[in-house]
Design a protein around this ligand. Structure first.
Ligand code: SF4
Length: 328
């Protein structure tokens, strides 16, 4: 990462980790430390927001420039990390924790903070590998996940689905994360190209390969499809799309589907059609999730919701929601 990129990330309160990674304290980690509420992933899956490390091992690398991305896609350095001098998984984990502690040090002496939680937060037990960039571009992603597992930490990895080969390899080598997320924001190729501006050739085809791969991964990881709903000129939540979404989700046989309303924040806010008017209300998200649930049919059903985050959880089995020890 060059100096300009580093300065920009620092301005956004990222902690820089080695040559290509970064960490940022999630707003939910902060709010949990003040006993003011936890993220929906704590409510749904049982991870602890105050012990979460929100990080990226490929901070400025991605194949796409998605219109809804709240990160600075303008700063994306492309998709080739091989040119970088990469850091080892051990270094990344240890420096992330060190940086997280440094960023949390501002909470010391804060009267509103729950002291017990602050002490626990010094050792994060959940790694959200999703902050920015595409994590499967980091050549040692499998080793990173394995090391987290060895240390008893859960990992949630969010992918754009353009590296099915890497996911397949992680599957073979038993290096899949605790929970694997695939972002699904377009029901067809035309909208996909408009939304994701991918530099990968045949991106839609690759994305579909990942969807088809998902059922094979289910035994070794918990699979989640994440949909971010947008209304207005870039709408991806029209009634006519419901059938296609259901087909794509059924292809993946995903354990869970998070249907989430778009938030106009960060860099996304200034893109055409992505201001506050593009944000669906909670009721609109609920309504669309119900349509998807109905189209999917059994065993899928709505399992839970988190109003503040405008997210509805659809899944196959309510009993599987909370992560059990053996699933880390
Ligand atoms: S899981 Fe995600 S939303 Fe929850 S605390 Fe971690 S980074 Fe924040």
């Amino acid at each position: 990462m060059n100096k300009k990129l580093i300065d920009n990330l620092k301005k956004q309160h990222y902690g820089i980790v080695g040559n290509h990674s970064a960490v940022q304290i999630c707003r939910w980690t902060k709010s949990s430390l003040r006993d003011e509420g936890e993220c929906y992933k704590q409510k749904f899956y049982g991870i602890k927001s105050h012990r979460c490390c929100q990080m990226s091992c490929s901070a400025v690398f991605c194949q796409n420039k998605c219109i809804h991305c709240w990160r600075a896609i303008e700063l994306t350095s492309g998709d080739d990390m091989k040119k970088e001098e990469t850091n080892s998984p051990k270094e990344i984990i240890e420096v992330c924790i060190k940086q997280q502690r440094k960023l949390l040090s501002g909470f010391n002496g804060n009267e509103k903070v729950n002291k017990k939680k602050l002490k626990e937060a010094q050792e994060p037990m959940q790694f959200a590998i999703s902050l920015t960039g595409e994590p499967t571009l980091y050549p040692k992603i499998g080793e990173l996940i394995s090391l987290l597992r060895k240390r008893g930490k859960t990992s949630f990895l969010v992918t754009n689905g353009l590296n099915p080969g890497i996911l397949s390899k992680l599957n073979k080598e038993r290096e899949l994360p605790t929970q694997l997320y695939l972002s699904l924001n377009s029901p067809n190729e035309k909208l996909y190209n408009k939304w994701h501006n991918s530099k990968t050739k045949n991106a839609w085809k690759k994305f579909n390969e990942t969807l088809s791969l998902f059922p094979k991964l289910k035994e070794k990881t918990r699979t989640v499809i994440r949909m971010t709903l947008v209304k207005g000129i870039n709408s991806n939540m029209k009634d006519e799309f419901v059938k296609d979404y259901a087909e794509l989700i059924n292809k993946s046989k995903s354990d869970f589907i998070e249907v989430k309303g778009y938030m106009s924040v960060g860099y996304a806010r200034n893109r055409k059609g992505m201001g506050y008017d593009a944000m669906p209300t909670y009721e609109e998200v609920q309504d669309y999730a119900e349509k998807i649930e109905k189209q999917l049919g059994k065993p899928y059903k709505i399992l839970d919701e988190h109003e503040f985050s405008r997210v509805i959880l659809i899944g196959r089995d309510k009993k599987r929601m909370k992560i059990k020890k053996g699933e880390i």
